[in-house]
Structure formats: C-alpha cells, structure tokens
Design a protein around this ligand. Structure first.
Ligand SMILES: Nc1c(NC[C@H](O)[C@H](O)[C@H](O)CO)[nH]c(=O)[nH]c1=O
Ligand SMILES: CC(=O)[C@@H](O)COP(=O)(O)O
Length: 227
C-alpha cells in the first residue's frame, strides 16, 4: 500500500547531523498532497513513506516526526452539494438560435441539481469574442463560485472563424486564471450549422447542459476543498 506524508510537511533533505543529534537542513522540500514518487532531488512532491531513509527526519506541523499516512486523499467536487453556490452564465447572442438552446440546457441542469434561480445570473454579450472580458469581470467580482461561458462559433467563408474561436477559448481560460474562479468553456466551435444544432439539444446532446454540470463540480471543488 502506497503511503505518503500528509500535506504541509516540509522534508529537510541534505542535512548534517549535529553533535547533539539534531538535524540541520541544508535544503527544503515543501510537500503538497499530490501522491507522486519522489526522485532523489525532486521538489514539491509527496514522499512515499517507504522511501524515507532512516537518516531523514520529517518535520510536520504539530511537531510530529516521521508522520505517515496510509490514506491518499482524493479531492473531488460534488454535484449534489449545490446549496449556496452562485453561478454566472455569459451567453453570446451571435447564432442565438443555437445559444438559446445551450442556455436552456444549462438552466435545466442547474434546476435538476437544485441550484436556486436566485443564485444564477445570465449576462448576454454580442458574440463569443466578448465572452472572455465579461467572464473575467464577473470572476473578479467575488460574487460567483463559477462562470459558465456559452457561445456558438460557426465557420464561414473566411478565416474569421479561427480568430473568434481561438480568442473565445483563450479568453475564457485567461478569465479563469486571472480571477481564480473556474470559468467553464461551453462554446461550440463548428464547421456548419448542423453540427451546432446536433450539440444544442440534437442527437449529440446539449453541450450547454454538460458544461453546467462541469460548472457545478468545479464550484464545489473550489468551495468545499480548495479554500
Ligand atoms: N462569427 C461569429 C461571431 N462573430 C462575432 C464576434 O464574436 C465578435 O462579436 C465580433 O468580432 C466583434 O468583436 N461570434 C460568435 O459567437 N459566433 C460566430 O460564429
Ligand atoms: C465565425 C465567424 O466569424 C464567421 O461566422 C463569419 O463568417 P465569414 O467567415 O463568412 O465572414
């Protein structure tokens, strides 16, 4: 059974045993809770207790030495713990015949998972290119646990599609990273209208509904495990 030191443990490595038997660390590894194998000089890894050499002392918060655990913690957002979670939905009006269906699918998912109407704000923007800046503003407001971004980019005769699709994706990702609030990419990028219709409630399902479930899970992960 793999075992790992718990989080917030600092492993002094490369140390000199003093005359009084204490250890003087010469370099520090800070441990996270990710169960990874420690290579001899790697950093920011959890240490397999079985790999702790007798001469290494592990100083953990609370003063215990050589703290070990047999439990690997798995942190996952729960789609059944939605009470108090607040969501913003940024929707592009461009290709509204598609985005309205995606929005309806998303709102249906929120309802099915007991997200209250008063905990959802829907913000309309002209097109998918404008989603990122609004998502970033909403994320930084501190009012929401996740931002669901909905759009439909459909290829035309020019390369404009690539600019809009790529900008939408990078805009949503940047909003996530800059605000620290999960911004979920629910923007269709399709070669034609049929592909979009199939993914907005057609035979390929509703990607808006799927993205809403991702938003719930990520909101729960951040609220219940990563604060
Ligand atoms: N062609 C599509 C667009 N184009 C509009 C842009 O999103 C943007 O609003 C405009 O360039 C002004 O900044 N938007 C979509 O969402 N989907 C498209 O297929
Ligand atoms: C994604 C777009 O911007 C696209 O719909 C625009 O069409 P076109 O490339 O024919 O101007």
């Amino acid at each position: 059974m793999a075992s790992f030191v718990s989080t917030d443990c600092i492993l002094p490595i490369g140390f000199v045993r003093a005359q009084d038997g204490s250890f003087a660390p010469t370099s520090i590894l800070h441990f996270h809770n990710s169960p990874k194998t420690l290579s001899p000089l790697s950093f920011s890894h959890s240490l397999r207790a079985s790999e702790i050499k007798p001469r290494i002392a592990v100083q953990c918060k609370g003063g215990s030495s050589l703290a070990q655990t047999n439990a690997v913690r798995n942190l996952t957002g729960s789609v059944t713990r939605t009470q108090g979670l607040r969501f913003a939905v940024v929707v592009a009006r461009f290709n509204e015949i598609i985005t309205k269906q995606l929005l309806e699918g998303a709102l249906g998912t929120f309802k099915n998972y007991s997200v209250q109407d008063e905990d959802i704000d829907v913000v309309w923007v002209p097109g998918s290119f404008e989603i990122g800046v609004v998502a970033a503003r909403l994320g930084k407001s501190g009012k929401y646990h996740a931002i669901l971004c909905i759009g439909a980019v459909i290829r035309g005769d020019t390369t404009h599609y690539d600019a809009v699709a790529n900008s939408a994706a990078s805009g949503v990702l940047s909003a996530s990273l800059n605000s620290g609030v999960p911004c979920i990419f629910g923007v269709l990028t399709c070669d034609n209208m049929d592909q979009a219709l199939n993914r907005a409630g057609g035979k390929s399902g509703n990607k808006g509904a799927e993205a809403a479930l991702t938003a719930i899970e990520m909101a729960s992960l951040f609220e219940h495990h990563l604060k």
